[in-house]
Design a protein around this ligand. Structure first.
Ligand code: DON
Length: 304
């Protein structure tokens, strides 16, 4: 399969496509990004990789990072995490409050904000220096020491994080948060603010395309079973109330973030990351979804 040519076609087509999305403005600092940025990077598990456009420019990972926090929590704590968070699609927006009360403070899945906040609480309970150890975990997988948080973004989000404050307070009232609320939220905003490029993200996510091992070193990070389960959650929950549509159009497990990034993986084959900051109404990158739909349509390869 000539993925390089396909990537070039996707890039050319999308350069001429009108972008109907809008920048995320509820985190004020994110609204300062040039909305016309566009990058895409493809990494096969054999180490062949190509990128186009702004694929080496770092951007705010936001919810994409929730896959890696889940990965570290699952690796550290094992199946007990499922006592605190579910694995079902929510069918609601990423910051929705409605299910949390009648489901007694147990979030539907680890990718909606409530679920990712519980995962942060679990990590804080098990790590001595959560922020440093989580950054080191990603730097190790990425084989890259230049991966950092952007404190401007974290501070900007914290100043406007009324919904996340509501979510964590509700969960605390149901005894599903062990640590002080401020500490958990600070850690959550820090990890959401981590910056990576499409190239760095595609390389990092290869382990999910390779049964939990880093392909270049063969180092095992998580078990094959844990990798299968994380991919299943990406498939069912990676795009919130657009997860069905993403499966329908793209046919790969993936995860989006309000910074405009999306990472998708084809188990046994490749990982691909795309960045285009204008979001659709569900908070997912408008052109990012189009790019991945074109990629799997043109290559005639998806998991289905
Ligand atoms: O908590 C928030 O709202 C953000 N830090 C992350 C949300 C997000 O990226 C949703 N994804 N599309």
């Amino acid at each position: 399969m000539d993925f390089k040519t396909i990537l070039q076609e996707v890039y050319n087509d999308l350069s001429q496509t009108e972008d109907k999305g809008q920048l995320a403005s509820y985190i004020p600092e994110l609204a300062n990004i040039n909305p016309d940025k566009f990058g895409i990077h493809f990494f096969s598990i054999d180490g062949i990789h190509y990128g186009m456009g702004d694929h080496q420019e770092k951007f705010s990972c936001q919810s994409i990072i929730k896959v890696l926090s889940l990965c570290l929590a699952f690796k550290t704590v094992g199946v007990r995490i499922w006592e605190r968070v579910g694995v079902e699609p929510s069918g609601t927006p990423f910051n929705s409050l409605v299910q949390l009360e009648y489901e007694k403070g147990i979030p539907r899945n680890p990718f909606i904000n409530a679920g990712a906040i519980v995962i942060c609480d679990i990590l804080i309970s098990h790590l001595d220096k959560p922020k440093e150890e989580f950054l080191d975990f990603i730097r190790h997988i990425a084989d890259n020491s230049e991966i950092n948080c952007d404190s401007k973004i974290a501070i900007s989000e914290k100043a406007h994080g009324y919904r996340n404050a509501a979510l964590i307070n509700m969960m605390k009232s149901f005894d599903n948060i062990e640590n002080p609320i401020e500490e958990v939220l600070d850690f959550y905003y820090d990890i959401c603010s981590i910056e990576m490029s499409c190239e760095e993200l595609a390389k990092t996510f290869l382990l999910f395309a390779n049964n939990g091992c880093i392909p270049s070193s063969n180092e095992r990070i998580i078990t094959t079973s844990q990798s299968k389960r994380i991919n299943a959650i990406m498939q069912c929950c990676g795009f919130y109330d657009e997860a069905g549509e993403f499966s329908f159009k793209v046919g790969l497990p993936g995860k989006s973030g309000v910074g405009g990034g999306i990472v998708a993986i084809h188990p046994g084959k490749y990982s691909v990351a795309v960045w285009s900051p204008r979001l659709n109404k569900k908070g997912n990158s408008y052109k990012g979804i189009l790019a991945l739909e074109m990629l799997t349509t043109k290559s005639e390869l998806s998991i289905f």
